[in-house]
Ligand binder design. Structure first.
Ligand code: XIL
Length: 302
């Protein structure tokens, strides 16, 4: 294929990007996004603070803009994210205990119901594990409601939208030997053995010199897939430039292609200037919308 989406389709996979609703009027941006990608993630617009700014008053205006743009252009959508410690609305940040548990479940149900039948996969829970060597959960107001909050969120999401794949999504879970990776693996294994509804694991895969593409990245993908879940690379960006950056993108793409259950790759933005990374050039298009060496490496590998 001559575009990322066409090349990915050749092996039955998708190639996606994060989209910001506020940039859709930028024609350079929307032209590239429409041409190259067939899976769309809302960069911020479907998060908890955006969709439930006041308790039980849902606002889907910006999320719907992205969904409508995707549908009008024949693209699928990854939902991101139903429950997360970060980007909570103010009212939720101050809650605890049963009240918070019920508010979280009401949120999961409300958002998944609004988008029922329209989402390929939901990141049901985002970033619930701790960094460092513990392999345990991250402390948060949600975690303090009881460690079963994650499975409760997955059950609520399944009940609201039985057709969506349900994913657990996190970062620094790319290196198979890392304690955080092992912690997530144990949770997914436990969910599968107990019948908690989970269909996929998202590896955010934000890479930089301090956190490079690990040599065992494909092993990580293989081990999760062997649990009976799909694996998706959900927020890929790699700091760097030139051929060295291109080689890292090539490695990530090849690792996904080598595992049947790695169903697609999403990059976290279109041009370098669209990236959430304040400085750096971690994406596939430069600020003018030109294809970088990294783009060519991905296209040639797909
Ligand atoms: C980021 C967005 O890109 C920024 O615009 C926002 O200010 C903060 O969140 N992990 C995730 C994403 O799951 O939702 C984050 O997105 C990046 C890290």
């Amino acid at each position: 294929g001559s575009t990322l989406q066409d090349a990915a389709k050749g092996s039955g996979r998708y190639f996606g990007t994060a989209i910001a609703a506020s940039r859709l009027n930028d024609s350079t941006y929307s032209t590239i996004a429409n041409r190259e990608f067939n899976m769309i993630t809302a960069e911020n617009e479907m998060k908890m603070d955006a969709t439930e700014p006041n308790q039980n008053q849902f606002n889907f205006s910006q999320g719907d803009r992205i969904l409508n743009w995707a549908q009008q252009n024949g693209k699928q959508v990854r939902g991101h994210a139903l429950a997360w410690y970060s980007q909570q609305p103010g009212w939720m940040q101050n809650m605890s205990g049963t009240q918070l548990r019920n508010a979280m479940l009401n949120h999961v149900t409300g958002v998944a119901t609004h988008y029922k039948g329209k989402i390929y996969a939901w990141d049901v829970v985002n970033e619930a594990f701790a960094d460092g060597s513990s392999g345990g959960r991250r402390d948060s107001n949600l975690e303090r409601t009881g460690s079963d909050w994650i499975e409760a969120a997955f059950r609520a999401a399944r009940a609201a939208d039985p057709g969506a794949k349900l994913c657990y999504n996190d970062y620094n879970t790319d290196d198979w030997t890392h304690a955080k990776t092992q912690g997530v693996y144990r949770m997914v294994s436990d969910f599968k053995s107990r019948g908690v509804p989970i269909d996929c694991v998202g590896l955010q895969s934000h890479f930089n010199p301090q956190s490079p593409v690990p040599a065992n990245y494909q092993t990580t993908i293989e081990r999760f897939a062997a649990l009976g879940v799909d694996v998706q690379i959900t927020e890929l960006d790699i700091e760097g430039s030139g051929q060295q950056q291109a080689e890292n993108f090539r490695k990530v793409t090849q690792a996904c292609l080598n595992v049947a259950r790695c169903t697609g790759i999403t990059v976290w933005g279109v041009r370098d200037t669209d990236s959430w990374r304040a400085s750096g050039t971690p994406l596939l298009f430069d600020g003018s919308g030109n294809k970088k060496a990294a783009y060519t490496a991905v296209l040639d590998t797909l």
